[in-house]
Ligand binder design. Structure first.
Ligand code: NAD
Length: 505
């Protein structure tokens, strides 16, 4: 059985606990590796290694740091198939979707190549007679990323790329469910010429996370995961004086106006609701058509498309999506579907009926995999748990609204505020929607509005805690601190001490 170790100082580190956890293949339900789990002492050792490496990395000029990141990008592309295959087999998303996971991470590394520009300060001359003021952006020191299972390449790279480019050392605590790709990415960073210790990876659960949160050496924590843990980490970081940006769960709505192209909208919804088995924080899980006619037409279009989706092994090129990540995740989705039925929602397509007992891929049985077929509910209401909770599975809920105002109230009033979309051909209505909607990322005829790397990514309300977003210019602000210098070079002797507040004139 393969063991996935921590990665510290450029090499594998088995840790001292002897504790491990199985890493599964969700497509077959079989164990494929064991990942080691750190305790507090292991984490402290990793942080100490990072602290030792950081000053030298920060002293390197930014052009040199980004040349290493440039080579890292080249190596990631050169190893793309291996990375995507490993990611797919541990997560369960399809191979092509896994490539997308890596590539959206690389986008942010490319953005981080602009670090010399992002780190430039500001300069004002003659703010007083013979006095200049300027500001510098300096790295924080050692920073950490705690990342979720659902994007095991993209989110570590979103965090590590800008942090490293800015001169920090980065401790990554990835999800213990799919830990291989984060380690492989760190190995490739060393191969690209990075000094050992600048990017370390440590595996573990709550104990490891708490050790990061308690460390005086760690100056900032970038977290992505579920809302209760996001809130916990945000509060703990406030207690210990660390910067934190903590992104949480989601319930993303699509509003469909009567003038929308129904067939194209149904296609967009099917991809965005069921892609990656719905295990995306930007998955569209609620659709709100305006008016009975729109809802009926949309229901008909969805019913024509959903049952023909192909669910299969993650490496099956015919599969539209693969399994959920664990049996627990699948059972939770099944439970919520049951609650929807009990609450009186209209279960139009029931994914629990998917039968994989006789299915095989390349000679392997899929009977033990964690599959759930695409599920579609109509007549969902705002009190039902299938509406209030993030399901994180292949379940689309339709909530019918009479008016645009009522439709907009659903995403506006929901506890989450990550993404939202509107489908319409009416520019004026879309513009009003964009202006007034209480959600962080908005799509206009775009179902999954994940912003490009040079803009920023972040949800509102219970989807995000902290004031700065991920990637884009915010990422450099988050991972640097500003020093402001006021200087004068007098060419005559001073008139003696001054006891009043200096005023620039
Ligand atoms: P999770 O909250 O279970 O785990 C996230 C990280 O926290 C992991 O590294 C995990 O090891 C750690 N962790 C788990 N339990 C902990 C505890 N009790 N104390 C301290 N640390 C703990 O999330 P997940 O299941 O890996 O990921 C799915 C969630 O992430 C969904 O809610 C999804 O919406 C969210 N997500 C949000 C975004 C975003 O940008 N808003 C992006 C991707 C995923």
């Amino acid at each position: 059985m393969r063991t996935i170790n921590h990665f510290v100082n450029g090499e594998a580190f088995a840790g001292t606990t002897g504790k491990t956890q199985p890493v599964l293949n969700p497509s077959t339900g079989t164990e494929q590796a064991q990942v080691v789990l750190a305790d507090r002492a292991d984490v402290d050792a990793v942080i100490a290694a990072s602290a030792k490496a950081q000053p030298g990395w920060a002293a390197m000029n930014p052009q040199k740091r980004i040349r290493i990141i440039m080579e890292w990008i080249r190596l990631i592309h050169a190893n793309m198939d291996e990375l995507a295959r490993t990611l797919s087999l541990e997560h369960g998303k399809t191979f092509d979707d896994a490539r997308g996971d890596v590539l959206r991470g690389v986008d942010v590394l490319e953005f981080a190549l602009g670090a010399p520009h992002q780190l430039k300060g500001e300069y004002s001359t003659e703010v007083g007679t013979g006095i200049d003021t300027y500001s510098l952006r300096q790295p924080l020191g050692v920073v950490a990323g705690i990342t979720p299972f659902n994007f095991p390449a993209m989110i570590p790279l979103w965090k590590a790329g800008p942090a490293l480019a800015a001169g920090n050392a980065f401790v990554l605590k990835p999800s213990e469910r799919d830990p291989s790709v984060p380690v492989r990415l760190a190995e490739l960073f060393i191969e690209a010429g990075a000094p050992a210790g600048v990017l370390n990876v440590v595996h573990g659960g709550k104990e490891a996370v708490d050790a990061i949160l308690d460390s005086d050496t760690i100056k900032a924590v970038g977290f992505v995961g579920s809302t209760p843990i996001a809130q916990y980490i945000y509060a703990r970081c406030a207690e210990t004086g660390k910067r934190a940006q903590c992104f949480g769960g989601a319930k993303n709505h699509a509003i469909v106006l009567p003038d929308a192209d129904i067939d194209a909208t149904a296609d967009a919804l099917v991809g965005a609701a069921f892609g990656s088995a719905g295990e995306r924080c930007m998955a569209l899980s609620v659709v709100v058509p305006v008016g009975k006619e729109t809802a009926d037409k949309l229901r008909e279009a969805l019913v024509a498309k959903i049952p023909s989706l192909n669910v299969g092994h993650c490496l099956d090129p015919q599969a539209d999506y693969g399994p959920l990540v664990t049996a627990d995740a699948r059972d939770r989705v099944f439970r919520l579907i049951g609650e929807g039925v009990e609450a009186g929602a209209d279960l139009v397509v029931d994914g629990r009926e998917l039968d994989m007992s006789g299915a095989e891929f390349e000679g392997e049985s899929l009977a033990g995999g964690y599959y759930c077929g695409p599920t579609f509910f109509d007549n969902v209401t705002a009190e039902m748990s299938i509406y209030t909770e993030e399901i994180f599975g292949p379940v689309l809920a339709m909530v019918r609204a009479e008016t645009l105002e009522e439709a907009i109230s659903y995403p506006n009033d929901h506890v989450y505020g990550n993404g939202v979309a509107i489908f319409t051909q009416n520019g004026g209505a879309a513009r009003e929607f964009v202006k007034n909607i209480n959600v962080g990322m908005v799509g206009v005829n775009v179902p999954i509005p994940v912003p490009i790397a040079y803009h920023t990514f972040g949800g509102w309300k219970a989807s995000g805690f902290g004031d700065l977003n991920q990637h884009g210019p915010d990422s450099f602000r988050f991972y640097t601190k500003t020093k402001t210098v006021t200087s004068r070079w007098p060419d005559d002797s001073q008139a003696g001490p001054q006891f009043t507040m200096p005023v620039m004139n």
